[in-house]
Structures are given as structure tokens and as C-alpha cells.
Design a protein around this ligand. Structure first.
Ligand code: ISL
Ligand code: CA
Length: 558
């Protein structure tokens, strides 16, 4: 058993734009975060992952960086950032910065130089190709719709942008670029940063530039096989580790399209690459072959099989990061639980799930009070570039059914996660005294931090308890995971075992009342309830239990 502080930690993700506005301009900021540090400390957070706060024209809310060593004007100044990290360290919280180096902004001075001429010293910091028969160099599709290539008139070449055209991809083949990145990272570590979350880090090595296999009738195709986990990815990460990460910072790589075997290569303790990765397989279980907007219902069996695969796969070899939502995904309670009648029960059930698996749990802002998805009446109210580009392509260009497209946005759109954190029942949920950059979810009068902190039975207090249990029970962090009832359509149950310690976790993922029957060989009368989202009997009998809607219960064997 390989123990590490970051395995025992709980991470809280802040999307600064939507967290807390301190000066009434409608945009969350660094000073707003400082105001809420005591709240996060009370929750039990060890590490804060801060989505990008660097200088940015905000085409993709900060994921388009125009200066890696300066702070976005709307969020404050470098002095504000220094104040924030000081206040965090005073409270023994660590800061994980977002590192966005697959691409920069097209307003970064490197790119402004690069596009001046073919022989500019910065040209090679980006990826330029000639057109093919008057068209783009390859048929690759951008993650944000349309071609992944943009034509540049000055030099009569195209540049690659896997995301928006204001996010040109950096050329990692260029050793000078790599050194600039490492120097920049070291500069932040010198300023006190404790770790990095690395944006789409498994996309930085490209395998070549050829047409991807195309599905019938589509103009562009996913070029994933040319840039997911490319040929030099491990070489680059090992180099980065040697130059920067070995100084002792915590790392998590965002790695879409990574499977268990690849994750072992990224996170294996003998590999000198990363500590953890965010894998995406469980985020794809409710999508059809048409991709994320192609909605299909989630089956509990698929979810369980997937988590079991990752839990067993990385056991003793790598380390899982545990998440059910973030700033790119719909709200967890709306997606995997029930955001109506059983909002509180199901949010607690899902929290029990995440916080009793092997791995490091990540909480996304507002999750701890059970914030839900939002339905804005019109596309005008949406802000996310991915959503807006998709809508334009499907509705305006391809004449697809508007209502159906809006429905997919309600279920999967990224703005579900980006409405302001609901602090109290006052106007704009206490997020701002001005006009928020994106509208507040109308349920803020009922769902807000003030209410949750005051109510001892709230989701907030339940999270607090789960986090505390993790600190007190090694088995929660390090215990081996074993699944029970692997075919059940409503119940997800598993055990966690560490030496003589054993936990039994029973979760009802539905509003039905299924009966849980414990396998014979697991029967033990001497159990204690560690936590549950319902009242439990003084002397529990775990051999057979009729579960209530979204009931979660964790037993400890004595
Ligand atoms: O958001 C997604 C799901 O629809 C993904 O396609 C997402 O774009 C992908 O996971 C990469 O995400 C990261 O890089 C993007 C940025 O827009 C996301 O916010 C970030 O998390 C480009 O920097
Ligand atoms: Ca502000």
C-alpha cells in the first residue's frame, strides 16, 4: 500500500467566473474566493483546483490563455492572487492551478508573432500546414464544431485548432516551446503553487496529419486517432516530470479517450508522469453513437461495470480521480439522481458513492448543496461556445429540429454547471450585487448555501461528514473494492476491505423500493452504520433490507 497525502485529500473545483463576485461587475473574482475560504475549510476541503485565472480574451472562459504569467483583469490582479494563495496556505489548503498548454489564445504574443510570416521565430510554436486541393489540410472536426483548421491569408497556410479557432494548438514537437512551458510552470511553483490540473494533456502529441475515417454524410470527422495519446505523449510527460513535477507537486491530467491500460501508463507509481487522470468513460454512458448530444438513458449496469473496471484496474497500480460532474458536464444530481422530489436524498446517495470508492474525490462548486441543471427559455441566454456553435450548426445550418436541440442542451449543455453558485435567497442568489454574466438558476430561493449550512440534515452537512469519515477510516481511502450483485438494475453494492477492516456500501439508484439481500458468505451480525441518508435502526440487520428511494447506507463490520 503506497500512501500519499494527495490520495487522502479531497479536492474542490472552483470555476471562478461563477463562484463569487466581490465588486458587483457580475463576474466572480479572486477576492470573492477569499471571502468563501472559511466556508470551504468548514466543508473539509484540502485542495482547491482553480479553473484558469490567466489573462484571456474569454472565448472559452479562460481556457484560451493570452498570458500564462498574468491574471485576467476581470478576476483581479497578481497581488489578489498572491493574497488568495496566502490565505489558503494559512488555512492549510493547497492550490492546484489549471494548466492549459495543448493550445493558447490566438491573442497570445507567441501567436501574434507566429502569424506574421513563415520565418518568424515563433512560427514553429504552432501547427501550420498548406491546404489540400483548396481545402483544409485534413477533414478533422473541431470539438466546438466545424473544421479544426483555420485559414490564414497572410501566409496562405492553415493552423490547427482542435477547439475554437481562437485556441490554436501549440506544437509540442518544438523543444523551445516545451522549455517555455516548463519555465512557466516552475515560475508558478516558485510562487507557491502546489499542483496542476492539466487540460486535455493527452492531446499534445500529434501522430501525423491525414484524413480521418469519415462517417457517411458528414463534412468533418473526428481525428482522435491522430492526437489522443499520441506517439510522444509519455516522452513529453516524463520530460515535464523531470524538469518540473519532480519538485513535488500534485498532478491530475484531463485525458478524454483514455482506457484503463493507458491510465496505468499515465499514473503508474514507477512511471514518473502524473499522479491521477480524469478519465471520461463514465461520462459517455448516456450518449449514443452520434456523440454527447445524442441522448440515451443511462443503465445502472453500465455505470457499475465501468466503475468496477476502473476500481479493479488501477488497484495497486495507479490511482483514480473520482468525479461525477465538473464545469464541462451537467449537474450530477440531475444526471445520475433525481433533481425533483428526491433531490436531497439522491444527491446524498451519489455523494456516498463517490466518497466511498478508491481514489481522490473531486467536488465541483455547488455540488455540495445539490445544485441542479437549468433550462433557459431561449438560446440567447446561453454563453458556452460549445453549445452556441453546436446550436448554430444544427439549427441554422442543418435545419434540425430546434426543440430537440434545446432538449439536448437542457440535458448535456456545459452551462448547466456554470450558473452562479447560490449563496443565499437574496437577489441573484447573493452571487453579485450587479447583473450576473449568466443568469442564476431560478431555484436559488430553495437551494442555497445559507439554507444548507443552517439545516443539520442538508446535503452540505452530509458531505462534511463523508469527508470527515475519509480522514478517520483508512479503509475508505486504501481499501480494496469488490462489487456485489453485479446484475441488479436498481441497487449498486460493494465492499471495501483493508486488512481486518471491512465496509459494506449499499446504494439504491432509483425511486423504487428494491430489496437488498446479502450473499450468505457475507453475513455478519456485528455491524455499525457509518453513514446513511435515512434513519437506520439501532441494531441493523443487513441480511435483507427493503431500501427506500435513493437510500444509501455504509456499514462497518466489527
Ligand atoms: O466539454 C466537453 C464535453 O462536451 C469536452 O469535449 C471538453 O471540451 C474536453 O473534455 C476538453 O475540456 C477542456 O478543454 C477545453 C475547455 O473548453 C474545457 O472547459 C476544458 O475542461 C478546451 O480548453
Ligand atoms: Ca467581479
Amino acid at each position: 500500500m503506497d500512501q500519499s497525502w494527495w490520495k487522502e485529500s479531497v479536492v474542490y473545483q472552483i470555476y471562478p467566473r461563477s463562484f463569487k463576485d466581490s465588486n458587483g461587475d457580475g463576474v466572480g473574482d479572486l477576492q470573492g474566493i477569499v471571502e468563501k475560504l472559511d466556508y470551504l475549510k468548514e466543508l473539509g476541503v484540502d485542495i482547491i483546483w482553480l479553473s484558469p485565472v490567466y489573462k484571456s480574451p474569454n472565448d472559452d472562459n479562460g481556457y484560451d490563455v493570452s498570458d500564462y504569467q498574468d491574471i485576467m483583469d476581470e478576476f483581479g490582479t497578481m497581488a489578489d492572487w498572491e493574497h488568495l494563495i496566502q490565505e489558503m496556505h494559512d488555512r492549510e489548503m493547497k492550490l492546484m492551478m489549471d494548466l492549459v498548454v495543448n493550445h493558447s489564445s490566438d491573442e497570445h504574443h507567441w501567436f501574434l508573432e507566429a502569424k506574421k510570416s513563415k520565418d518568424n521565430p515563433y512560427r514553429n510554436y504552432y501547427i501550420w500546414r498548406k491546404g489540400k486541393d483548396g481545402k483544409e489540410p485534413t477533414n478533422w472536426e473541431s470539438f466546438f464544431s466545424g473544421s479544426a483548421w483555420e485559414y490564414d491569408e497572410t501566409t496562405d497556410e492553415y493552423f490547427l485548432h482542435l477547439f475554437s479557432k481562437k485556441q490554436p494548438d501549440l506544437n509540442w514537437e518544438n523543444a523551445k516551446l516545451r522549455k517555455e512551458v516548463y519555465d512557466m510552470m516552475n515560475w508558478w511553483i516558485d510562487k507557491g503553487v502546489d499542483g496542476f490540473r492539466m487540460d486535455v494533456i493527452n492531446l499534445i502529441s500529434k501522430a501525423g496529419y491525414q484524413d480521418a475515417r469519415n462517417m457517411e454524410g458528414k463534412k468533418y470527422a473526428s481525428g482522435a486517432e491522430y492526437f489522443f495519446n499520441g506517439p510522444k505523449i509519455h516522452e513529453y510527460l516524463q520530460e515535464m516530470n523531470k524538469e518540473v513535477l519532480s519538485r513535488g507537486v500534485v498532478t491530475v491530467g484531463e485525458t478524454p479517450g483514455v482506457d484503463v491500460e493507458q491510465a496505468k501508463l499515465y499514473t503508474g507509481s514507477d512511471r514518473n508522469e502524473l499522479n491521477m487522470v480524469f478519465q471520461f468513460e463514465h461520462m459517455d454512458l448516456d450518449s449514443g453513437p452520434g456523440g454527447k448530444w445524442d441522448l440515451r438513458p443511462l443503465k445502472l449496469k453500465d455505470l457499475r461495470d465501468n466503475f468496477t473496471k476502473w476500481q479493479k484496474g488501477l488497484e495497486g497500480e495507479g490511482w483514480n480521480s473520482l468525479y461525477l460532474n465538473n464545469h464541462d458536464q451537467p449537474r450530477m444530481v440531475s444526471r445520475f439522481g433525481n433533481d425533483g422530489k428526491y433531490r436531497v436524498e439522491s444527491a446524498k446517495m451519489l455523494a456516498t458513492f463517490l466518497h466511498t470508492l478508491q481514489g481522490t474525490p473531486y467536488i465541483y462548486q455547488g455540488e455540495e448543496i445539490g445544485m441542479t441543471n437549468v433550462k433557459f427559455a431561449s438560446i440567447e441566454e446561453y454563453k458556452d461556445i460549445e453549445t452556441l456553435n453546436m446550436y448554430k450548426e444544427k439549427v441554422n445550418e442543418n435545419n434540425e429540429d430546434e426543440a430537440k436541440v434545446m432538449e439536448s442542451i437542457y440535458v448535456k449543455g456545459r452551462d448547466n454547471a456554470r450558473t452562479p453558485v447560490q449563496w443565499n435567497a437574496s437577489e441573484h442568489a447573493g452571487f453579485t450585487t450587479g447583473t450576473p454574466w449568466i443568469a442564476v438558476n431560478p431555484n436559488y430561493k430553495e437551494v442555497n448555501v445559507e439554507q444548507a449550512v443552517a439545516d443539520p440534515d442538508s446535503i452540505f452537512h452530509y458531505y462534511k461528514k463523508l469527508i470527515k469519515l475519509r480522514k478517520e477510516n483508512e479503509v475508505i481511502v486504501y481499501g480494496a473494492y469488490d462489487v456485489l450483485l453485479d446484475d441488479h438494475e436498481q441497487i449498486y453494492a460493494y465492499t471495501r476491505t483493508l486488512k481486518k477492516e471491512k465496509l459494506l456500501v449499499i446504494l439504491n439508484f432509483t425511486d423504487h423500493r428494491p430489496e437488498f439481500k446479502l450473499p450468505e458468505d457475507m453475513i455478519c451480525r456485528d455491524v455499525e452504520v457509518l453513514i446513511s441518508n435515512y434513519e437506520q435502526p439501532e441494531e441493523p440487520d443487513v441480511t435483507s433490507i427493503k431500501l427506500r428511494p435513493y437510500e444509501a447506507v455504509v456499514y462497518k463490520y466489527r
